[in-house]
Design a protein around this ligand. Structure first.
Ligand SMILES: Nc1ncnc2c1ncn2[C@@H]1O[C@H](COP(=O)(O)OP(=O)(O)OP(=O)(O)O)[C@@H](O)[C@H]1O
Length: 816
């Protein structure tokens, strides 16, 4: 017989056969054929089995305790290892004789013998084929008998009926395995893999829960199909018994588990409640009732609350809606209905606070104080909403905070940057999963009063999307006519926002929805000059950073020249946020040395600044010389506020192409084309050789290439640059300009003048050219900022060129 499937048996240890462990090696049809071809010996030692029946092909462990059996096994194991195995008629008989054993048995091969510590022997045997005992020759020391093969009738190989029976046996076996918790699931795997039909029948018969007699009867059936049928019958009975058993058990179990579940849940609830301070549903409701008594809400709100509370009372605390309802009622209890802080309208004090927190910004502070004065006199909030607008980091947000302190009101801030869903402002309906009130109400809850100073940061960054229009929701918030009854979807009732003081901040007025802009009183917070930045650094930013880093003022001193170095060399902005970061770096330098007890310069000198911050990055920000034709300084409005920008242009041999580079937007590119066309059509007046346009390519570039730039205000700068290029005339020193051009050479006014003036000052510019109409902007600027600057107001390009270009040509001028 092919032994391949059983080789691993040799490696099995004793533990593998302990308990009821089943062995389920599988016999293939080839193994079976081989067994059938083997000759049956004439005589066999007979091993009587008390309580089991061996079937052909099946492997079973047997424990032998009787002397006759131990002797038989030991002898046979030394010899052929082939024995005859027959079950006893009565298991109680200790020393069975010829009459006490069944006549049909199975030839078996000893696979392994294991001697147990108690003297017993466990033997693993595998059944081979059936035999009949012809005659018992001797009974001592163990039974030996002559044997006869038992013929087996097999069905036709393609018998559909037999196949159906076999399939049914497999199915039933799998069902039984599934329903029986004691049978390992590997048995199912074995059954699926059995290829030999007779082995399947034997394997199932051997493992079924049958009496020895029933099993013996099965073994004695010579007709294989009949044996299969009988096996299936037994299996059906077994299955029914199992189903019944499982049914009874599951009924008992269900009753138990329902009870257990409830007990368990109650225990859990109790524990959670204990952890939460022992609040039961009733306690919870009572607590809410008590809190509600203290609320100063209107009758309508009170009634609504009572109604909703009794709804909660009727709810099962274990359902999800209960907690939604509790959150809903909590919001009612948390909102500051009719709760106001008392305003401190001491305007002198207010001014003191604004001055304490912010250096400069005189105009802005004046406007704020005026605004507060009106509030004081009218004593209602129906004055327009303030909108502080200006470049980043100039103190818009922190001004809002100071206003709150000055008025003695609570302060909340909500950033609108990137907000695109209307529900963020107005909330979701209560029925929506994960519903919440909108951020306006959430912030009021946080503020704890109904009249806080509410800063709406970055109102220009609201975006529109398909999730509704947040700006129209904001309109309702800000409209004094409507906001006394602001509707939040979650709250379902109106809430009065009319006493809230809203202050919006924005970087760019152009991006604010016009209807929103109309509702607000715009206050321009401009950027700072170098001197102001140095003062802010000294008075505010350095002390603030020292405090934040736990460094004492006497442990780090940065004098004005060093602060100026930091401003000029390391920051390029209208505001002071970058400066604050650089100062923080300086403070960290001190902090590190203090902590490591290392020596450092307490009085920072310029070398230390360079050591700590690296070499200055922005020296180029200053005005450059005028030795090259085609390089002109413009004044622009960029992401950091007002800034200077250089426009460079060069000529190269070619066919009159115009190239524009430097990450320029459409409008700026158009300005370049306009400038070029203007020069072409005014070539005579500019005394240019007309052939020059066909023989040269022009390239205009605006550094820095990585920063996107756009807008019409570079028009006059581009034109000046090109005229300088074509005429090779020097550009006047320390001059900068800003203005839009038309095709006819008219100069138009542009925006952001205040910022641009400050940027020019920071870059040490002395003269500025701009449109005559922009003169009114200059008049609004504090005299202080205009010191040292000369302004030229123009209407036409010819005036610009007259002012900006000298008569002198640059060194090594090209002859065109
Ligand atoms: N005039 C000033 N005096 C003192 N500190 C100032 C002044 N201006 C700005 N700061 C400080 O600069 C930092 C940045 O200011 P803030 O955040 O208010 O800028 P912002 O204008 O709101 O900027 P953004 O537009 O980016 O929101 C804050 O620490 C603020 O206190």
């Amino acid at each position: 017989m092919a032994n391949t499937k059983f080789t691993n048996l040799d490696n099995l240890s004793l533990q593998d056969f302990e308990g009821d462990a089943e062995l389920i090696p599988l016999m293939t049809p080839e193994d079976e054929d081989e067994i059938n071809r083997e000759e049956l010996p004439q005589t066999l030692p007979i091993l009587p089995l008390r309580n089991t029946v061996l079937f052909p092909g099946v492997v079973i462990p047997i424990t032998a305790g009787r002397d006759m059996s131990i002797d038989l096994i030991n002898e046979s194991n030394k010899g052929s290892k082939i024995i005859g195995v027959v079950s006893q008629k009565d298991e109680k008989i200790e020393n069975p004789g010829a009459d006490d054993i069944n006549t049909t048995g199975v030839v078996a091969r000893i696979l392994r013998v294991l001697k147990m510590p108690d003297g017993n022997v466990t033997v693993i045997i595998q059944g081979k084929k059936r035999f009949n005992v012809a005659e018992v020759i001797t009974e001592k020391p163990y039974l030996v008998a002559t044997v006869r093969e038992v013929p087996e009738t097999r069905p036709e190989p393609d018998s559909a009926e037999f196949k159906a029976i076999i399939d049914s046996i497999k199915d039933k076996a799998l069902q039984i395995i599934k329903q029986s918790p004691n049978i390992p699931s590997e048995a199912g795997f074995a059954i699926k893999n059995i290829e030999s039909d007779s082995f399947l029948i034997n394997f199932v018969s051997s493992n079924m829960n049958l009496t020895v007699e029933e099993k013996q009867n099965l073994l004695e059936i010579n007709d294989l199909q009949e044996r299969a049928l009988q096996t299936l019958r037994h299996m059906n009975t077994e299955m029914q018994k199992l189903e019944l058993k499982n049914d009874i058990q599951s009924r008992v179990h269900n009753d138990m588990s329902q009870q257990q579940r409830e007990y368990f849940l109650h225990q859990q609830m109790k524990t959670i409640q204990e952890e939460l301070g022992g609040v039961s549903q009733e306690d919870e409701l009572e607590e809410m009732r008590q809190r509600a008594k203290k609320k100063k809400w209107d009758e309508k709100v009170g009634k609504h609350f009572d109604k909703e509370l009794s709804k909660m009372q009727r709810m099962n605390p274990q359902v999800a809606e209960y907690s939604i309802q509790r959150n809903y009622l909590d919001l009612f209890l948390d909102l500051p209905w009719n709760k106001f802080s008392k305003d401190k309208f001491d305007l002198k004090r207010a001014k003191r606070i604004l001055d304490r927190d912010h250096y400069g910004l005189d105009d802005v502070k004046k406007r704020i104080i005026e605004y507060l004065a009106v509030l004081k006199l009218r004593n209602d909030m129906k004055s327009p909403i303030l909108c502080l607008y200006g470049p980043p980091g100039v103190g818009k947000t922190s001004l809002g905070k100071s206003v709150a302190e000055a008025l003695g009101r609570e302060y909340v801030r909500m950033s609108l940057g990137g907000l695109r869903d209307e529900a963020e402002i107005r909330g979701h309906r209560k029925t929506y999963i994960g519903a919440m009130p909108g951020r306006i109400l959430q912030n009021l809850k946080k503020a704890g009063t109904s009249n806080p100073v509410f800063v709406l940061d970055e109102i220009d960054k609201l975006s529109n999307s398909n999730q509704g229009d947040p700006s129209s929701a904001l309109l309702e918030v800000l409209d004094p006519e409507q906001n006394a009854d602001f509707h939040d979807n979650f709250l379902e009732l109106g809430f009065d926002l009319s006493k809230v003081m809203f202050i919006a901040t924005a970087n760019n007025l152009g991006n604010i929805q016009p209807a929103l802009r109309d509702r607000m009183e715009i206050i321009n917070v401009t950027g700072y000059t170098i001197e102001e930045k140095v003062e802010i650094g000294k008075r505010h930013l350095l002390p603030k950073q020292l405090k934040e880093h736990g460094v004492k003022p006497e442990q780090l001193k940065i004098a004005k020249p060093q602060l100026e170095k930091i401003v000029e060399g390391y920051t390029r902005e209208s505001g002071v946020r970058g400066l604050e970061k650089q100062i923080a770096k300086m403070v960290r330098y001190a902090a590190k040395n203090i902590a490591m007890e290392e020596e450092y310069k307490v009085k920072v000198d310029t070398e230390t600044v360079i050591d700590v911050l690296g070499s200055p990055k922005l020296e180029r920000n200053k005005y450059e010389n005028n030795e090259v034709a085609g390089v002109v300084t413009g004044l622009a409005w960029t992401q950091v506020g007002g800034d200077i920008l250089f426009i460079e242009s060069i000529l190269s041999k070619g066919k009159g192409n115009l190239t524009v580079t430097g990450n320029l937007g459409k409008v700026m590119k158009e300005s370049a084309t306009l400038a070029m066309e203007y020069i072409k059509s005014n070539a005579d007046a500019l005394e240019l050789n007309p052939g020059v346009f066909e023989n040269y390519n022009v390239h205009i570039h605006v550094p820095e290439g990585a920063t996107p730039k756009d807008g019409p205000s570079a028009g006059i700068t581009m034109l000046t640059s090109l005229v300088s290029l074509f005429t090779q005339r020097k550009v006047k020193k320390n001059i900068a300009m800003t203005g839009e051009i038309t095709l006819r050479g008219k100069v138009l006014p542009v925006g952001g003048i205040k910022e641009k003036i400050l940027a020019a000052k920071r870059a040490h510019i002395k003269e500025i050219i701009m449109c005559a109409e922009n003169e009114r902007d200059i008049k609004e600027i504090n005299e202080e900022y205009l010191k040292g600057l000369t302004f030229h107001y123009v209407n036409d390009m010819s005036e610009v060129l007259e002012l900006a270009l000298t008569k002198e040509q640059v060194k090594n001028a090209k002859i065109l």
